[in-house]
Ligand binder design. Structure first.
Ligand SMILES: Cc1ncc(COP(=O)(O)O)c(C=O)c1O
Length: 289
C-alpha cells in the first residue's frame, strides 16, 4: 500500500500524469525517514526539513505537520514489516510544460514504505571503500531536491569502482558524499563541514554531532581541507540508511590502519544505543541525545 494525493492504494494502481512537473523538470522535493520497529526516527526533524525544502523551492506545502504525521503513521502501520524506509516526495504538480510556475495547481504527494536496508554486519565491522570526485552539483545542495542527476552521476563513479560512496570536494574543501554526509577524524578530533548551501543538512549528521557533544567527544564544525581528509585517521559517512559507516579505503589507499577506528566504534555504539532509546520511548515521543 502506498499513498498518493490523499488516498492509500496498492502501488500497481498508483500513477501520475506524464505532465507532472516532477517527471518533466524534476521539480519537487523529498524525504526519507527510517523507521525502527514501527517507530519513525527523528520524524519531526525530517518534517521540519521537508517544510524548509518546500519553502526554499517555493512549492506550497499541502499538509500541516499533524497531517503529515498521521499519513506517515497510517502508512507505517499498514506494512507487514517493522523496519522501514518511508520515502515521500512533493512535486509542484501537473501543468502544461512551461518553466515558470503554473497557477492554481495542486502539489502531487506520493509516499511509500519499503523494508529498511542498513549496511550488513560485515560492512559495519570491516568498513567500506570510497572514491573521491569534484563536487560539480548546483549551489543549493541544502534543498532535498528530487533532481538528483548530479548525485546519480557521482554515485555511479563509486559503483563502477566497487565502492560504497563518492566523497566530494569543492574548491579544495570537503562538502559531503553523493548520498551521505562525511566526517573525518584526526588525532582524536572529529571534523565535519558546517551546514551551508553546499551540503544537505543531514538528520543523521545532527544525531552524530549531538551524540559527540553529549558524550564529550571532541568535535569541530569547520571547513575541512581535501588534504585533511586524505590524511585522516578515520573517515565516516552518515545517512538515514547507512547510519554511521566507516570508510577504510579512499581512492584505493588505506585510511588510517585500514580498519574502522576507535572513535567510529564508539560513535556506532552510541548511535545504536540512541536508536534503542527512541524505540523504547515509542513513536509519539521526541528524544534528545
Ligand atoms: C546528498 C546527501 N547528503 C546527505 C544525506 C544524509 O541525510 P540524512 O542523514 O538526513 O539521511 C543524504 C541522504 O540521502 C544525501 O542524499
Amino acid at each position: 500500500m502506498v499513498f498518493l494525493n490523499g488516498r492509500f492504494l496498492p502501488i500497481e494502481e498508483a500513477s501520475v500524469p506524464v505532465l507532472d512537473r516532477g517527471f518533466i523538470f524534476g521539480d519537487g522535493v523529498y524525504e526519507l525517514v527510517p523507521v525502527y520497529s514501527l517507530v519513525p526516527f527523528r520524524l519531526d526533524e525530517h518534517l521540519a526539513r521537508l517544510e524548509r525544502s518546500l519553502a526554499e523551492a517555493r512549492i506550497r506545502n499541502p499538509h500541516s505537520r499533524t497531517q503529515w504525521r498521521d499519513i506517515i503513521y497510517r502508512l507505517v502501520d499498514g506494512q507487514p514489516f517493522e523496519d522501514q524506509g518511508v520515502y515521500f516526495q512533493v512535486t509542484r504538480g501537473v501543468a502544461k510544460r512551461d518553466h515558470s510556475f503554473p497557477k492554481g495547481v495542486e502539489p502531487t504527494v506520493f509516499m511509500m514504505a519499503n523494508p529498511l536496508v542498513t549496511p550488513p554486519r560485515e560492512l559495519v565491522e570491516n568498513g567500506a571503500a570510497a572514491v573521491t570526485a569534484q563536487d560539480n552539483r548546483w549551489l543549493r545542495c541544502d534543498i532535498k531536491s528530487i533532481s538528483l542527476i548530479g548525485n546519480c552521476l557521482l554515485r555511479q563513479l563509486s559503483a563502477e569502482a566497487g565502492a560504497a560512496e563518492t566523497i566530494l570536494f569543492r574548491d579544495g574543501r570537503l562538502t559531503e558524499a553523493s548520498a551521505s554526509n562525511v566526517f573525518a577524524v584526526k588525532r582524536g578530533m572529529i571534523l565535519t563541514p558546517p551546514k551551508n548551501n553546499l551540503i544537505l543538512p543531514g538528520i543523521t549528521y545532527d544525531v552524530v554531532t549531538e551524540l559527540a557533544q553529549a558524550n564529550g567527544l571532541p568535535l569541530e564544525l569547520r571547513d575541512v581541507a581535501e588534504q585533511e581528509v586524505r590524511a585522516a585517521d578515520e573517515i565516516w559517512v552518515t545517512s538515514s540508511s547507512k547510519e554511521v559507516l566507516a570508510i577504510v579505503s579512499l581512492d584505493g589507499r588505506q585510511v588510517g590502519d585500514g580498519r574502522p577506528g576507535p572513535l567510529f566504534a564508539r560513535m556506532y555504539q552510541l548511535y545504536q544505543e540512541f536508536k534503542q532509546k527512541v524505540m523504547r520511548a515509542g513513536k509519539r515521543e521526541a528524544v534528545s541525545a
